[in-house]
Each structure stands twice: as structure tokens, then as C-alpha cells.
Design a protein around this ligand. Sequence first.
Ligand code: HEC
Length: 114
Amino acid sequence: MKKITKVVLAASAFFAATTISNAQAVKVPADIEALLTKNTCLACHRADTKLIGPSYLEISKKKKYKPEQIVELIYNPKPSNWPGYVPMAALPNVPKDEALKIAKWISSLATAKK
Ligand code: HEC
């Protein structure tokens, strides 16, 4: 391989890597984003970055919950599942169908293509 080709390849690999790390790795679909906003989840959670609470990607990867389990945890959080975080307040007013949509999305993250 010619030296110039190697340099070009290295440079494009570098730029590809920077682009990926700057962009949000997890894309939030618009309908889910709307539900997360409406139900105040975004005050404490981001898709792939730790905020007040763990990121949804981390929750999905570490716990491998079924959607129904996530719905239950929205209504009855179990802070002991996440040592080192402040306890999440129970959110009994999230409509069940909305909670289920959010929950399905969260549980899909661990296996979703980034
Ligand atoms: C006031 C901040 C706050 C809000 C608002 C909030 N969360 Fe959380 N959430 C946390 C924290 C902190 C944790 C980790 C500690 C815990 O589970 O109590 C957590 C944990 C979780 C977990 C993991 C539960 C477990 O036991 O593994 C899920 C799922 C979750 N939140 C979903 C949501 C959803 C969905 C919403 C919106 C309907 C929401 N959260 C709103 C702070 C918040």
C-alpha cells in the first residue's frame, strides 16, 4: 500500500470516530421523545448519557427488563437496583399505554443497532 493511501485511511478513520463520539449514539424516535418530555422523564434521564438517573441504554443493557417490568418500575421504582443514585420518585400518573410505549423502547435499546 502506498504511504499516501495509509495517511488518507488513518485520517478518515479518525474523523469517523470523532463524528460518532460527538453524535448521540442512541436516536430517540420523535413519538418517544414526546412521551419522555410530557412525562418529565427527560428531567433525569437521557438515552445514552448518565444524568440524575442512569441512561436508558445502560438500564436496558444491565437489566434486560421486559417492557412490563419497566412499566411496573415507573409506578414503583426500586432504588436498590441502582446503588449510588438518588431514589427515583414513583410516577403513578404516567398513562399505562404511554408507559408501555416508553418501556418497549427502553427494552429494545440493548439490542438495537447503534
Ligand atoms: C426526578 C428524577 C427522575 C425522573 C423524573 C424519572 N426518573 Fe427514572 N430514575 C431516576 C433515578 C435517580 C433512577 C435510579 C435510581 C432508582 O431506580 O430509584 C431511575 C431509574 C429508572 C429506571 C430503572 C429502574 C430499575 O429499578 O432498574 C427506569 C426504567 C426509569 N428510571 C424510567 C423512567 C421513566 C420512563 C421516567 C418518566 C416516566 C422516569 N424514569 C422519570 C430518576 C428519575
